[in-house]
Design a protein around this ligand. Sequence first.
Ligand code: WTA
Length: 659
Amino acid sequence: MSQEDANLEARLEEQETFEPPESFVEQANVTDPDIYEEFDENWPDCWERAADLLSWDQEYDTVLDDGDAPFYEWFNGGELNASYNCLDRHIEDGAGDNVAIEWEGELGETRTYTYSELLDEVESFAATLRDLGVEEDDIVTLYMPMVPELPIAMLACARIGAPHSVVFAGFSADALATRMNSSESEYLVTCDGYYRRGDPLDHISKTNEGLADVEHEVSDVIVVDRLGDDLEHDLADNQRDYDELVAEHEDASVEPVTRDAEDMLFMMYTSGTTGEPKGVKHTTGGYLSYAAWTSHAVLDLEPDDTYWCSADIGWITGHSYIVYGPLALGTTSVMYEGTPDYPDKDRMWEIIEKNEVDVFYTAPTAIRAFMKWGEEYPAQHDLSSLRLLGTVGEPINPRAWKWYYDHIGNQECPIVDTWWQTETGGMMITTLPAICEMKPGTAGPPLPGISAQVVDAEGEEVEPGEAGYVTVDKPWPGMLRTLYNNDERFINEYWEEYSDADADEWVYFPEDGAKLDEDDYITILGRVDDVINVSGHRLGTMEIESAVVGVEGIAEAAVVGGDHEVKGEAVYVYAIPEDGYEDQGDELEGKAEEAILDSIGPIAKPEDVIFTPELPKTRSGKIMRRLLENIASGNELGDTSTLRNPEIVDEIAEQVEAD
Ligand code: WTA
């Protein structure tokens, strides 16, 4: 960092604040600061405001049922269908010709779906799924890249009451198999491939490899043909071409199935402390209300807006803020297939200019990359359509915040730095853009109705200026209901730490560290469990470790996150070679990398693999991960005297420097 940058960072850290621009406030959805108090006083009935954004087939009887906490239930007695809420009702209101999805392919082609057209596609695919035998409550796995057929398939599943389980297309064959095995999903929708930097990328071979490891029978696999002649591939007996099937159901009409508010809308696997991914369960009424409410209140979306969230639908951000939230509100949602620097580094700004995007939501890692590429790229484009900017997925450093504010928002757009998780379903801690002043690097106060605090190890709230842990001591409609087929793990992972079960007092623990300031703004410091955040992607270090120790010649491994200028965090592997393999470092490194690619995917590619005869351990034999993190990040190492083997630390540090 140059001296000038360091000075700027320091100044911004001193909490320079920014007021919401007047032009934004004048038109915003939520402008009354009393909303915080109103929600507090009227809790939990305040959440009717979220439910009111939806159309219910049957009104709910109760807002919150906490009789079996922490298995909370929301809007019990209510009935609705998510695809009806995202499609039909807008058409009934006369908005059928408004654009629902504006898809930008990487090669420059586009596909536009109005709400009416999208409904037609969804009905055809829903009829297809039904014909193949998919019934209500069957889990359908979607292993698809950013093609329009992905949201179509999600909404088709929702229409017939079949929960979807989307597996990020960048995940490996193993990851697909693990997830299909865990959910016992018998149906798969996949794709032959997609384009990356102009080149066709084979996805079907990876799919087939994964399917070979699925332990139960998969009755049907539907394959979207994205690559045409660019990829030759054969279909197995149980594999059918998406377009052919849909053509057979072209004029099908499929009534939306009425679902109970608490019926599962989808599940989504996410990384946790152990190697086994967690199947987070989200519901139809609570999740959809919450996605719609936060899209309305925080992203300020209106039906007239063109809005772009650059996440991948394979992650929760894409579920809530490309598909369900924006479509529930009748907004135009832009979807981009490819990479931000193809064909050139101005691709994002070109898409914003061309579509006159009003609201843009992206990740800090992307912003840091844009910053590195230079302000000349956004400067080539007219970005004046923008009204609001957002970030998600990881802490944003003040300097990147300021760059986003200046060069993308032209100092005229508020920025919402939104903290939330797969488990929370939607945003939890962030500013309301027309009400709150912004502090770069600080997510903001908890949203109205969200009771989040920063506590110490004993659960006592910390004083302003002090660091602690985020907790949430009241439920909210978008929360996960449980982990699929694993209520016990649900309790252990999220509720054990700070709850008092005997007193029936339940506190949700998201496993993030945070700092509180005198205005009750919360600055998120990052995960405190064995999960790392690489480019906004959540990865379990244990999953990576188990891949590495599977390599012949590697005896033991520890995986940690180290600071990275663009990615936020990067993967560092420390490994002990088995006897006799000490001289084969380069070869082992290659094998370790390969094992990680095979078991997780390229997002987990290590920045460095460091071989060492020992790992630093405490006297009780626990690996000192903090120390390894500090070595990877080039930080001060602090006191190592409590280690069983302090001498190893310098040796490792020297090696990292030499690499
Ligand atoms: C981190 C993504 C700081 C956090 C929506 C959380 C953030 C994890 C922010 C969840 C933010 C998300 N500032 N950190 N604005 N947003 N995180 O489940 O550590 O993929 O626990 O959900 O990302 O990641 P997940």
